[in-house]
Design a protein. Structure first.
Length: 143
């Protein structure tokens, strides 16, 4: 499994911004300071299994832009030179780390104000669920 950074470079925006994030239970809190505003969706089988979903959404940043402020992160070596970091209490995936690069792929859904970010690409689409192209035409309901 290759990181998106190995093939695809997410374009940058203009101004530096601090993004806050936390896991589901709130025991892990972190910030990221970056110009980045774009994210991608990964359809690889590893992400499907880790998330128990059809794809994962990632916000890619440099490793030195990630600052852990609270909590304990547990590391799982998911394959050679690849790690996934989780909250040691609730199991929320915090990031994916391809140790061969200087990037971390942060889980988009745990960022505050993630709606400010823009999706720009799908990767590993050979594993993409065949019916995803039709999801916008489905009925939609509020909470």
């Amino acid at each position: 499994m290759k990181s998106a950074g190995a093939k695809y470079k997410v374009p940058n925006s203009v101004s530096l911004k601090t993004h806050k994030g936390q896991c589901f239970c709130g025991q892990v809190e972190f910030t990221i300071q970056t110009q980045q505003t774009k994210f991608y969706m990964c359809h690889c089988s590893g992400c499907q299994k880790v998330y128990g979903n059809l794809f994962a959404s990632y916000f890619q940043v440099k490793k030195n832009q990630f600052k852990l402020h609270k909590g304990e992160i547990k590391i799982f070596n998911s394959s050679k030179n690849r790690q996934r970091a989780f909250c040691s209490h609730c199991g929320t995936q915090i990031y994916y780390d391809n140790k061969e690069t200087d990037k971390l792929d942060i889980s988009v859904g745990i960022l505050e104000n993630f709606e400010e970010l823009e999706p720009v690409a799908h990767i590993h689409v050979t594993n993409k669920h065949f019916n995803l192209k039709n999801i916008e035409c489905l009925k939609q309901y509020d909470d």
